[in-house]
Design a protein around this ligand. Structure first.
Ligand SMILES: Cc1cc2nc3c(=O)[nH]c(=O)nc-3n(C[C@H](O)[C@H](O)[C@H](O)COP(=O)(O)OP(=O)(O)OC[C@H]3O[C@@H](n4cnc5c(N)ncnc54)[C@H](O)[C@@H]3O)c2cc1C
Length: 528
């Protein structure tokens, strides 16, 4: 019996485990399907390239064939280890645009406007550059400037300026627009995952138990109250009781799956899998939104990219001195820009520059040297879904992203891709530019570029929205992240975002965890 059971030790789950167990009077259990984060490539930032395909610490999901992407199944890595996806991500620290949060609040989600969430971003943060109106110091999540950047990163930023894009030294202050270096979630050259930030200092707490290699199967109810979590542990099913709350932090793919396995979702769909419906919430698994990304790949005439580095020397230097290429997050710089179709002042395009050839998430190693520019449209209109494949918790759910099902998303990508090419064409790249590899110089007309996008676009790993916060009948949680129609059950992770924010999603998910911890603590103080 525990007071709180948290399912999933990812970006949000680690925050909650820390904040809730800060009260020695409550007992907290954190359940994680994956193992401990012992792998050295988790902690060495550049090791991320080696983790992308690692089946031990990665759920290794695939979408169903995507109709607008030539029927391709897209690879969806998600972290399955302490720290969740924050243990395998690219560490770019981005919050999104202030207006994104004001829109959440305007949709009826009280307390989630920018002025209300900013204090939680700051509370989480330990900003290397010091405190300011926008940044916090002393928090668990270390945000730092990169210790090492490739010479091509500076070239890229000059090229962006040459293409008329403003420079931006901080994407997380008043103005998001422009190009610059990403700040990263690192401490002294090591990855600062949510586990590192929020769990490493509190292992001695006797009121916090962390169970790894434990897969949550379903929630059991007493009347309308979530009373127990059934997990698989060491080959057997075990029932764990929660006296106050169960909090799902399994991420945008797994949290809706777990709700459905527990009888919460669309009644007809649940019956089809032999699951007795308990709460009718047709919105569970709906409203899936993700950033679809298209890469421009250019050959480099000089041997200065990360394609042919000596891994042994990089590793040695890193482990001895925490310096050099090993500290790079590879996506060292990027930017935010507006297409001509942007409906308001917010940037609707994001770029990540990689001084290496990057095809198929880095799983397809290309010969030679080169550099890559990612571009994604920030507020897609297309909506997908997560649904059950079967009633077995071990079966991966069905992921239908429905990318580009709304034609406007394609138009914005086309504009974004045109800017990618314009940047690579600038004089700053003259000493380095060899032939264009993908799509290749022959692809110039609209039809060829559309075909290129359909053949090569991939996720940039930001699925959200599948347990959407809201008050309407398709919403899954209320503004306090409590699941509608039951007691003692919340969802706190990227799945509750009503709409995808304009940027990377780790810091926003950590902010959700911070604010949820206060909501939970305030409510239980009121009840006591
Ligand atoms: C390759 C990659 C690169 C990325 N790069 C960036 C970046 O540079 N910057 C950025 O801001 N964001 C990035 N992201 C996105 C960001 O990391 C995620 O949005 C964020 O981590 C999501 O947090 P979460 O808490 O919702 O889920 P997660 O962090 O994925 O955590 C979910 C946890 O729950 C566990 N779990 C799930 N189901 C169960 C179950 N049934 N039983 C027990 N445990 C369970 C999982 O194993 C996992 O540990 C990236 C993501 C990926 C995959």
């Amino acid at each position: 019996m525990y007071d709180y059971i948290i399912v999933g030790a990812g970006s949000a789950g680690c925050v909650l485990a820390n904040r809730l167990s800060a009260d020695p009077a409550v007992s907290v259990l954190l359940v994680e399907a994956g193992g401990r984060d012992w792998h050295p490539f988790i902690h060495m930032p550049a090791g991320l390239a080696k983790l992308i395909n690692n089946k031990q610490i990665n759920w290794h999901y695939e979408t169903e064939p995507e109709a607008a992407l030539n029927g391709r199944r897209l690879y969806w890595p998600r972290g399955r280890v302490l720290g969740g996806s924050s243990s395998i991500n690219a560490m770019c620290y981005i919050r999104g645009h202030a207006r994104d949060y004001d829109e959440w609040a305007e949709a009826g989600n009280r307390g989630w406007g920018w002025s209300e969430v900013l204090p939680y971003f700051k509370r989480a943060e330990d900003q290397q550059r010091g405190a300011s109106a926008y940044h916090g110091v002393g928090g668990p999540l270390s945000v730092q400037d990169l210790r090492y950047t490739n010479p091509l990163t500076a070239v890229f930023l000059d090229a962006a300026a040459g293409a008329g894009q403003p420079r931006n030294a901080d994407f997380n202050d008043a103005d998001q627009i422009g190009f610059g270096h990403y700040q990263v979630t690192q401490r002294d050259g090591r990855r600062c995952s949510a586990a590192r930030a929020y769990l490493s200092g509190i292992r001695a707490r006797t009121n916090l138990e962390i169970m790894t290699s434990t897969l949550a199967h379903r929630i059991e109810f007493q009347g309308d109250r979530a009373a127990a979590l059934v997990v698989q542990r060491g080959g057997a099913e075990v029932r764990l009781e929660a006296s106050r709350e169960i909090v799902l932090c399994g991420g945008a793919v797994n949290s809706p799956q777990l709700l459905m396995l527990s009888g919460i979702g669309d009644e007809e769909a649940l019956r089809r899998h032999g699951i007795r419906p308990r709460v009718k919430l047709p919105g569970v698994g709906a409203n899936l939104q993700d950033h679809l990304d298209i890469c421009l790949l250019q050959s480099c005439s000089q041997n200065i990219t990360y394609d042919r580095t000596n891994d042994l020397m990089v590793g040695l230097r890193y482990f001895l001195t925490k310096s050099g290429i090993g500290t790079s997050n590879i996506a060292e710089s990027g930017g935010f820009a507006r297409s001509s179709r942007a409906p308001d002042a917010r940037p609707d395009l994001q770029y990540h520059f990689v001084p290496a050839l990057l095809d198929d998430h880095g799983r397809n190693r290309l010969p030679g040297n080169g550099y890559t520019l990612h571009c994604c449209a920030l507020r897609p209109r297309s909506r997908g879904s997560i649904s059950l494949r079967s009633a077995s918790p071990g079966d991966p759910p069905v992921i239908r992203a429905n990318y580009l099902s709304d034609g406007e998303d394609l138009e914005i990508m086309l504009e974004g891709f045109a800017l990618s090419r314009e940047i690579f064409a600038q004089a700053a790249f003259d000493p380095y530019r060899a032939e264009e590899i993908l799509p290749g110089a022959a692809a110039q007309d609209r039809a060829s570029i559309i075909e290129f996008i359909r053949t090569k676009a991939e996720t940039i790993y930001h699925p959200v929205g599948t347990c959407r916060m809201g008050q309407d009948e398709d919403a899954v949680v209320d503004a306090e992240l409590r699941v509608h129609g039951v007691r003692g059950l919340r969802v706190v992770d990227a799945s509750v975002m009503p709409t995808l924010i304009g940027g990377n999603t780790n810091a926003p998910t950590i902010m959700l965890g911070e604010r949820a911890a206060d909501l939970i603590a305030t409510r239980s103080a009121r009840a006591a």
